[in-house]
Every structure is written in structure tokens, then in C-alpha cells.
Design a protein around this ligand. Structure first.
Ligand code: GTP
Ligand code: MG
Length: 195
């Protein structure tokens, strides 16, 4: 993918604040700290467009990035962050739930999981939701730099099995640290980005 233009559009909570849904949109979902914001920067070839942090819970709003004037990438707040209050968790669920089920221009929800760990209950729930809503369910195994090649292959198989991924679904390893794997992600998303 050639990125000619990548712009932060805004951070929103409420549906009525989102940009007009007139272009295809891809959202990044996954637990806190898995590397969603980092992957967006890697995919866009930008260091700090999306704010990242070693402290989980950095992204708390739905952040929209407009790419090449032709589609949106969306950075979602992560789930599974233990330190948030019950109230915050409920409002998170409402915000993300609303976004995911009502955003008419949404073409794909990419699920990010940490390649070192087995998927959590929430990861499984999210993947099930993605499948049930008719999305292809591209899965990204992040932080691939943390495992040896053979261990990574083994983990990709485990994650695939535990999520119950169908044969035709893809799981792609990426490393934002090493800037590896993002081209394969673009390829997996290419047919969703056609106007
Ligand atoms: P929330 O906004 O809290 O939901 O987190 P996030 O999923 O956006 O994660 P973020 O991109 O902020 O990254 C979290 C931490 O993981 C940061 O310290 C990153 O530097 C680190 N990280 C992200 N991607 C990679 C990677 O590919 N390799 C390694 N080693 N670290 C990574
Ligand atoms: Mg983030």
C-alpha cells in the first residue's frame, strides 16, 4: 500500500461525532497494550500519528485516521484492562458495542492478539462477534519479534485453534518494533478498501 496521505481526523465517543460514513472503514480491536496504535503507525509509516504507551489503557476514545482520502482506519480502545472501574468498563462496552454494530461503513474488524499468549476469554468473544457479524476476521499476532521463528509458528497454530478460526481465515504475524509484516496486512485488507 502506498500511503500518500494519512491524517488524524479526531477522537470521538459518541456516534453523532464520527465522520460521515462515506468511505470504507477498517477497525483495529484487541486487548489493551496488544499493539493496536503501534500497528497503525507501522502500517502508515509514521512514528507518532497514533499515540502509544507502555501503560495499558492509553487509547480511551475511538480515533479515526483518514488515508489517501479514500478510507478510514480506526483505533479502538483496548479491552481487558484490569484497572478501570466497572462504570468505565460498561461505558467502554457501550461505546465499542455501538460503534461495531451500528457503523454502516465498517468493512472489517481486525483482531490483534499478542503472539506470546493464548487468546483470552474476551479475545474469543470478540472473534466470535466479528464472525457472527459477517466480517472475515483477519487476526494479527503482534510483537512477533518476541518469539523465535519456530515458537512463533507453533503459537500461530495454537491461537488459530483456540479462536476456532475457519480454514480460509488468515492469521498474520507482525512486529511494529522491527517494522515487519504490515504489507501482508494491507494485502489481506485490499479487497475491503475498494470504494
Ligand atoms: P491501548 O491503547 O491501551 O489499548 O494499547 P494498544 O493496543 O494501542 O498498544 P500500543 O500500540 O500503545 O503498544 C503497547 C506497548 O507495546 C508499547 O510499549 C509498545 O511499544 C509495545 N509494542 C507494540 N508493538 C510492539 C511490537 O511489535 N514489538 C514489541 N516488542 N513491542 C511492541
Ligand atoms: Mg492504543
Amino acid at each position: 500500500m502506498i500511503i500518500k496521505e494519512a491524517a488524524f481526523v479526531g477522537s470521538f465517543v459518541k456516534m453523532e461525532q464520527y465522520p460521515v460514513p462515506d468511505m470504507p472503514e477498517i477497525a483495529m480491536a484487541g486487548r489493551s497494550n496488544v499493539g493496536k496504535s503501534s500497528l497503525i503507525n507501522t502500517m502508515l509509516n509514521r512514528k507518532k500519528l497514533a499515540k502509544t504507551s507502555s501503560t495499558p489503557g492509553k487509547t480511551r476514545t475511538i480515533n479515526f485516521y483518514k488515508i489517501n482520502q479514500t478510507f478510514y482506519l480506526v483505533d479502538l480502545p483496548g479491552y481487558g484492562y484490569a484497572k478501570v472501574s466497572k462504570k468505565e468498563r460498561e461505558s467502554w462496552g457501550g461505546m465499542i458495542g455501538n460503534y461495531l454494530s451500528r457503523r454502516t461503513s465498517l468493512q472489517e474488524v481486525v483482531l490483534l492478539v499478542d503472539c506470546r499468549h493464548d487468546p483470552s476469554g474476551e479475545d474469543k468473544q470478540m472473534y466470535e462477534w466479528i464472525q457472527q457479524h459477517g466480517f472475515g476476521g483477519v487476526v494479527i499476532a503482534t510483537k512477533a519479534d518476541k518469539l523465535s521463528r519456530s515458537k512463533l509458528t507453533q503459537q500461530l497454530r495454537r491461537i488459530r485453534n483456540q479462536l476456532g478460526m475457519p480454514k480460509e481465515a488468515v492469521i498474520l504475524p507482525v512486529s511494529s518494533l522491527k517494522k515487519e509484516g504490515s504489507e501482508a496486512v494491507w494485502e489481506a485488507l485490499a479487497d475491503k478498501l475498494k470504494p
